[in-house]
Design a protein around this ligand. Structure first.
Ligand code: GLU
Length: 513
């Protein structure tokens, strides 16, 4: 078994947008595959036609591609064990249902929903299993001719797995001690429904794991209850020696308090629970996505990787390659991971600092346009330098606008508190004088301009803080932002002087004391 090639699968059902917990499952599968030189398979589990949602499969593909979670075999990629979409594998499942029926390991049951309902009302905690199956309408209790006749008459039936009582089923999970489950507590799961000629999730999932030579089943903890059936079905088919290893990942929990992370937590606390924005095809309701909210895929990957796993040291910022190098299930936590979305913002902040300036410019342009800035009026270098100057203050690309707006739109209003404090009676005259100094500067470069202006303030024995803050107020509109002379260097001499002039005109002259 240990020599076997690592082959893992992410097996979502296209029943809606991929939840962020599902993304983490996909990510761990991918990292594990890459780390072991194995294969990552994307299998679309669409056998439940009732729950099928149009657009969900495309959404899954797009989300994984955005995050850099590469697929080796799948619906789009193809591969030696296809088709990779379960609705295209009906023949395979039919054949496997027949194998179980022929071997007496499954049986046909005709009980109607009404009959089952009546049984449930009659027998407390009714379960279709060894204790009850002989009192039901199935191929174990009906004569063979009648079974044939009912099928020929088109009566709807299901095929159920015949769970033998008295067995101790061992589930071996890499994150847990071996779990032993008494087969007596398991029910005779429905494997196939004649009504839509489709297998249930259980049969399709397990048969495909075998046929696709899956070595490790890495999935959310909510699937742990299905694991004993996995073991029993592998045995029933005679595949026990190729049983995959299980890894059931701990749940993602609410950021605050107890319980499973839900979409409502995201709405309540203001963070997305989906990788990409999703528009519900039925209601038109739009749910926020990480991509559209301004997250970088690298930041989302890094953040998710650390929800339930740690590298064993205190490193936090890790690229996909570093995650692949360091990942180890022995450092996965067994208990749920709180969805610390604030940490997600921090990761995004950190990754934004590493984005090259020209790339930052490319990301900033649409934001500028949204805010009615004519971006053709500014060179890419100008936009890039403006963004670079404020990036240490941002968590999201959109934040560039609030922080760098003044590079693109001259202030027409001035922050009242600072006006009151800094625009003292003598200040307009000092600002006139400053214009003279700026006009005379041989170079407007930050490093050249700064000493000259500071020397003028010192020579004139002006108050450094007051003059510099009034200068900033005139140019920026408020008393914050990056280094003043870096700002003026980028704005240029003409624009800087024009802004000071405008401030002198617009800011009402303070009453003399
Ligand atoms: N189709 C199941 C899902 O939607 C797959 C569970 C599994 O990975 O076995 O998650």
């Amino acid at each position: 078994m240990s020599q076997q090639e690592v082959r893992v699968r992410f097996a979502p059902s296209p029943t809606g947008p991929l939840h962020i917990g599902g993304v983490r499952t996909a990510l761990y599968n991918y990292i594990f595959a890459r780390q072991n030189g194995g294969k990552m398979i994307l299998r679309i589990e669409d056998t439940d036609s009732q729950r099928f949602v149009p657009g969900a499969e495309d959404y899954i593909n797009e989300a994984l591609a955005w995050l850099g979670i590469g697929i080796d075999e799948g619906v789009r990629e193809g591969g030696p064990y296809g088709p990779y979409k379960q609705s295209e594998r009906r023949d395979i499942y039919r054949e496997h249902v027949k194998m179980l029926l022929d071997a007496g390991k499954a049986y046909i049951a005709f009980d109607t929903p009404q009959e089952l309902e009546a049984k449930r009302a009659e027998v407390p905690n009714f379960q279709y299993d060894a204790s009850t199956r002989m009192s039901m309408r199935n191929s174990l209790t009906l004569p063979a001719e009648e079974v044939e006749r009912l099928i020929a008459d088109g009566e709807k039936y299901v095929v159920r797995f015949k769970v033998e009582p008295g067995r101790l089923v061992e589930v071996d999970d890499l994150l847990r001690d071996k779990v032993h489950i008494k087969s007596d507590i398991l029910d005779d799961k429905v494997l196939y429904k004649s009504a839509d000629d489709l297998p249930t999730y259980h049969l399709a999932n397990i048969v495909d794991d075998h046929l696709m030579k899956i070595s490790h089943v890495i999935r959310g903890e909510e699937w742990l209850p299905s694991a004993p059936l996995h073991v029993l079905l592998y045995e029933a088919f005679g595949w026990a020696d190729t049983m995959p290893r299980f890894v059931h990942l701990p749940l993602l929990l609410k950021p605050d308090g107890k319980g499973k992370l839900s979409k409502r937590d995201g709405d309540r606390l203001g963070f997305p629970v989906f990788p990409l924005q999703w528009t519900d095809p039925k209601t038109g309701a739009v749910s926020a996505g990480y991509r559209e909210s301004g997250y970088l895929p690298e930041a989302v990957v890094n953040f998710l990787a650390l929800l339930g796993w740690n590298p064993g040291d205190d490193s936090e910022l890790m690229s996909m390659d570093e995650l692949i190098a360091k990942f180890d299930f022995r450092h996965c936590s067994r208990s749920g991971a709180k969805f610390a979305f604030e940490k997600g913002k921090w990761f995004n902040h950190e990754y934004l600092q590493t984005v090259p300036d020209d790339e930052l410019c490319r990301m900033f342009i649409p934001v500028l346009r949204e805010n009615s800035v004519d971006t053709d009026a500014f060179s890419p270098e100008y936009i890039a330098r403006a963004a670079a100057m404020v990036k240490s203050r941002i968590n999201f690309v959109n934040d560039l606008w609030t922080n760098a707006r003044f590079f693109f739109v001259a202030p027409t209003e001035y922050e009242a508190k600072s006006v009151k404090k800094r625009w003292t009676p003598g200040m307009p005259a000092i600002m006139e004088e400053l214009i003279g100094v700026l006009e005379q500067l041989p170079s407007f470069k930050s490093a050249d301009a700064e000493p000259v202006v500071l020397k003028w303030i010192a020579d004139r024995e002006y108050h450094l803080g007051n003059v510099m803050n009034a200068f900033r107020l005139a140019v920026v509109g408020e008393c914050k932002g990056p280094h003043m002379f870096d700002i003026t260097e980028l704005l240029g001499r003409d624009e800087t002087i024009a802004r000071i002039r405008r401030a002198i005109e617009r800011i009402p002259a303070p009453a003399a004391e």
